[in-house]
Design a protein around this ligand. Sequence first.
Ligand SMILES: Nc1nc2c(ncn2[C@@H]2O[C@H](COP(=O)(O)OP(=O)(O)OP(=O)(O)O)[C@@H](O)[C@H]2O)c(=O)[nH]1
Ligand SMILES: [Mg+2]
Length: 322
Amino acid sequence: MNDIVEKVLQGDVRSAARLIRDLDDGAPRAREYLKELFPHAGKAYVLGITGSPGVGKSTLTDSLVAHLRQAGKTVGVLAVDPTSPFSGGAILGDRVRMQRHSTDEGVFIRSMATRGQFGGLTQATRAAITVLDAMGKDVVIVETVGVGQDEVDIARTAHTTIIVAVPGLGDDIQAIKAGILEVGDVFVVNKADREGADRTVQDLRNMIEMSHDSNLGRKDWTPPILKAVANRNEGIEDIWNAAQKHRDFLSKHQSEYYSRLQRMNHKMELIDLIKQGVVDRVLRELEENGQLDQYVDDLVENRIDPYTLSEEILNRFFADTD
Ligand SMILES: Nc1nc2c(ncn2[C@@H]2O[C@H](COP(=O)(O)OP(=O)(O)OP(=O)(O)O)[C@@H](O)[C@H]2O)c(=O)[nH]1
Ligand SMILES: [Mg+2]
């Protein structure tokens, strides 16, 4: 067994941090390590926390971490920011917000901002979850900013997804359009110290009643909607209890919805990996002998159209499968 892999399995923070950095950078050796780690993962409870920017996801995560540590659980946190190609703004804020846990050995916090590497953000996040899981963390919390397709995909990877909103729906209407509502297992109206929290709870309830996962059909779980004031630790225990209820639900009822969800996750992961493999292989060869640039010249000078050209290139690589 590889040295790094062994260390990660023993829970070594530095090795895990290095591996996750490699994943974020798309380093090929990271994939080899993952192969070895994979059989050791699958034990952690993965909790997704998502919602629009600034609704209090990190504050909530921080309070949840404190709550879990008191209960003696080890925690891994992944802060994923698909809106930025750099580990800048929001993630820096996340780190600051969770700083009180930085000296606690039972907590491991990492951020990811990859786009386009390692088959995209969902793939990289999934891989990082595997690392934290194999490291022996009891709970892995994945915080994602925003409401796009990446968040929906990442949310589908978690066992339980918490959607955080704030009083006055506003931006969150966008979230609902993007389909994030459909993947929520627990809803939290944070900043309930502000006016209009009850109204927002009611609005959400109405919308949830009408929604169902457009890809996978209806769930047989009714998502609870809870109020919280994360920066005052209010409502945190209820949120954790609701998540646990959902977790129990998952293990007791292997419902049709969740078997479909699991199947789709596996399928998506495999397709992502195949795509990435094909793209890597074809591009590596084209770039090695400068052909890619020649092809681009052909396009620039109108010698061929891109449709025919891409077909010709692919036929070269997959000649005998035709
Ligand atoms: N009034 C009030 N403010 C809160 C509450 N929870 C968090 N905040 C504040 O809201 C701001 C944003 O909180 P974050 O936890 O960084 O929010 P976030 O959703 O992680 O933000 P991004 O990661 O940037 O999307 C901070 O100034 C928090 O102190 C709350 O319950 N009430
Ligand atoms: Mg945050």
